[in-house]
Every structure is written in C-alpha cells, then in structure tokens.
Design a protein around this ligand. Structure first.
Ligand code: PLP
Ligand code: COI
Length: 423
C-alpha cells in the first residue's frame, strides 16, 4: 500500500510551487527507499528543506524510528557479484552522509544524504596539503531475526574524537556520530549483506579539514562524511592463514607520533612498504617499534595478538598476548577479543612483546574491523621464519573468530552489550 503522509504532501506541494527546475532534476533522489511507502521525516524544518535544495543530489535523512520490516530488505540491492563472493573492494551504494562544521558558527550542520559519490573541496583544503584528516571503520550486520545492528559504534565515536583532537579538528558528539551512522545505514539498508552470507556493510566515517589555509594552521571548515560499502573477506581465501613479513626498512609510527590515532597519514606512509611486501608474496606487514626495532607494534591494517595455548591445547589457562604501546592504534576488535578471551578462561596480557617471543607463540592473529580475526600462518623476518600453521587456523584463533562473529550476527547472546540496533 502506498502511504504518503500529510507532511510529505505539503513538502511535495512546496517543491512543486517553489522550485520546479530543481525538482525536475531532483526527482530520482526521491525514489522510495522503503518497501511500502515514501517517508519524509516529520521533523522537517525550513533549514532541512534548504538542505534538500542545496544540491540536486542531496536527499532528506530517513527517520530513525521504524522497524526493518518497513524498509527495503537487506540483501535486496542488485550487485555485480553474489553476496557470498564479496571481497573488500569499493562499490557504489545509494548515498553517503555529509555534515559540515564551520568555526564561524562553531556547530555541525544538519546531516544530509548525498547520492553522488563525489566531494568538491577547496584547492587550499588543509586535508589535501597538510593531511588534516582522519577516518573510522565499523560494520553493520543483519541478524537472523531480520534486524540490522552496528558493532560497538560508540567506541568508534570515541576513537574519532581522539584522532580529531590530535590533529586539531572538531568532532561530532557520540550521539551525532551514532545517529549519523544509523541514518546512512538505513538509507542503504538493501546493501546490507543478508544473514548467512558472511558479509557486512562496512561503514567508513571520514572527517577532514575542507577549508583553505596555506600557512600551517587548522582549517576554519570541516567536512564529515560517512560512506557505506557491502564487504566480505579482506584477504582473499577467507579463513585461510596469511603470511606476514616484518617491515624492517620503514617505521609506522614514532613513539610520540600519531600511531595511536586513525589519521590518514599513517596509511599513506604504509603504502610503499605494503606494496613491497605484497610483491614479495606477503599480504600483510608487521611493524616494530621505531625506537629500538625490537618490539612488535602492529600490522598495517590490524592489531597483533600472540596466543600460547594451554597444555591440553584448549583456551582455558592459555595466554592472549597483545602489545602495549602508545603508537599502536587501540583496536575495538582487539578490545572485544580480550573480553572474549577472558570469558574463555584465558589470561590476557597487554605488554611490550619482544620480536624474539614469536618463537614462543602457538598461534598469531591479526585483528581489526576489516580483517576480523585473521590467522597468520607464518611471520618472516629477514632469514628467520616463524611457522604457526599452514592451511587451517589454530583452534584458539577459530574459537575467538567464531565467538566474535556469533555476537556480531546475533547467533550468540550479546551479553557484553556491544550491538546497537539500526532497525
Ligand atoms: N590497527 C590499524 C593500523 C588499523 O587500521 C585498524 C583498523 O581499523 C586496526 C588496528 C583495528 O582496529 P579496529 O578493530 O577498531 O578496526
Ligand atoms: C578497518 O579495519 O576498518 C580499517 O580501517 C583498516 C583499513 C586499512 C581497511
């Protein structure tokens, strides 16, 4: 049944009355995104109407208060591949979300949904010249009951805040952040991979200095964007272990540098070592501390975990060891795995880890939002090869993967309160 609310009728009248040429160009942006009805937020104000008309590709936000059954079905978008075969590549979805901040008003604009996957920024934007930019990564999953949930979005809001503070940028509040993520996921709900396909909707918030400055100082204008992309495994081969190379010719982060925050420059500086490693057959590179080159820091894309299994090979009584260093990015996945490991009766140690300890670990794991829990089969450092497994991940790695995944997709009770509903 097609239901058009009273408010919507009024809006349509306004649209027709005041801006026919824009309306004409805007028609595709009002494509109903809901199964049964076209809905416009009832809290529509004149300023959000301004947003509607600001660009022909900008749409109203979807309202937050409906169940998934009133939206398009997750997994109903048409992709160029089967949901089961998704890797970690860019794909265009319906929209991204945009907010801007001006130091003149000291406030964030209302969020808007933008159809075109392009951003127009000033040639003097500080992000382009001085790298005043940071990002986040989190995922939305469909559960078996049909609901769609985000995994620990408040933790991403907090980490975004710490990144912004480090490079002198304003940040959205936790509520603004989570609301914005929920809004853009709802607008792209049909791109959420269906339950049982092993995929997720990857959410990539991005915040950067978009105002111009040519002397070195923070911008006066900032842009916050959130794009969403349906994804599967980061590394080809699914759960098959990957080989890592220890990066000895380059450092990732100085002891008092920016390694502990998710700023864009950290990833730019890793591109060359990353490409060099891949050319030699290593999909993943492991960084050491920049000061002494003797302690393990983290992988380019993820945190490092070393496992010492209990004598009987089980988890109970085993050890979960992960580096403690101010230049390692505090991974939300790692934090979750530490909780699960403790729940399994493992001893969790967060402390400096000497490279030589690689010889002591039974299993090595790379963990992060994109890579989830990836088994590292071997670590190569110059002529030294540390072997952990071949084709099949170790039992502890698999158990940790299964448990975090089960919580993310709703197969296990969310006793730690990590999931936040989108609809
Ligand atoms: N370390 C680095 C350098 C990363 O880029 C990421 C990914 O976000 C992680 C660790 C893992 O963090 P999280 O589990 O919060 O995704
Ligand atoms: C993530 O895991 O979300 C990241 O941001 C890592 C990125 C290099 C893909």
């Amino acid at each position: 049944m097609l239901m058009i609310s009273h408010t919507l009728c009024m809006c349509m009248c306004l649209l027709t009355h005041f801006s026919y040429p824009l309306m004409f160009k805007s028609i595709p942006t009002f494509t109903p995104i809901k199964k049964n009805h076209l809905h416009v937020s009832t809290s529509l104000s004149s300023s959000s109407l301004d947003n509607v008309f600001a660009q022909d590709d900008v749409r109203l936000s979807v309202s937050q208060d409906e169940s998934c059954s009133s939206l398009l079905a997750p997994g109903s978008a048409k992709l160029d591949t089967a949901w089961e075969d998704l890797g970690f590549e860019y794909r265009t979805t319906r929209s991204h979300l945009k907010m801007t901040f001006s130091t003149a008003t000291n406030a964030w604009s209302k969020p808007v949904l933008v159809k075109e996957p392009y951003v127009s920024v000033h040639i003097g934007a500080t992000a382009l010249h001085y790298g005043q930019s940071c990002f986040e990564g989190l995922k939305a999953f469909q559960h078996q009951d049909g609901s769609v949930n985000l995994f620990r979005p408040k933790d991403n809001a907090q980490r975004l805040k710490s990144s912004c503070e480090r490079v002198c940028m304003p940040f959205p509040s936790e509520t603004q952040f989570v609301d914005a993520v929920q809004t853009v996921v709802r607008d792209n709900i049909d791109y959420v991979p269906p339950y049982g396909t092993n995929g997720a909707l990857y959410v990539r918030p991005l915040l950067f200095g978009s105002g111009e400055k040519i002397g070195l100082s923070p911008a006066d204008e900032y842009t916050f964007l959130i794009m969403v992309i349906p994804v599967g495994d980061y590394y080809k081969g699914g759960i098959k272990p990957v080989s890592a190379v220890v990066i000895t010719d380059f450092d990732r982060a100085a002891p008092k540098g920016v390694g502990g925050v998710k700023v864009a420059g950290n990833y730019a500086s890793d591109l060359l070592p990353n490409q060099m490693g891949k050319k030699k057959g290593f999909p993943i590179g492991l960084y050491l501390d920049a000061q002494t080159n003797s302690f393990i820091e983290e992988f380019s894309t993820s945190n490092f975990v070393g496992i010492v299994n209990a004598k009987d090979g089980g988890l109970q009584g085993g050890k979960y060891v992960t580096p403690k260093s101010p230049s390692v990015l505090p991974s939300i996945t790692n934090k979750s795995l530490m909780t699960i490991a403790e729940d399994e009766g493992m001893k969790v140690e967060q402390r400096p880890i000497s490279v030589s300890e690689l010889a002591v670990f039974d299993e090595v794991v790379a963990c992060g939002t994109a890579v989830v829990v990836t088994s590292v089969g071997k670590v190569v450092k110059g002529g030294d090869i540390y072997d952990f497994c071949d084709e099949v991940p170790g039992t502890t790695t698999m158990r940790l993967y299964d448990r975090v995944r089960a919580i993310q997709v709703g197969d296990e009770k969310d006793k730690f309160g990590w999931n936040v509903a989108v609809c």
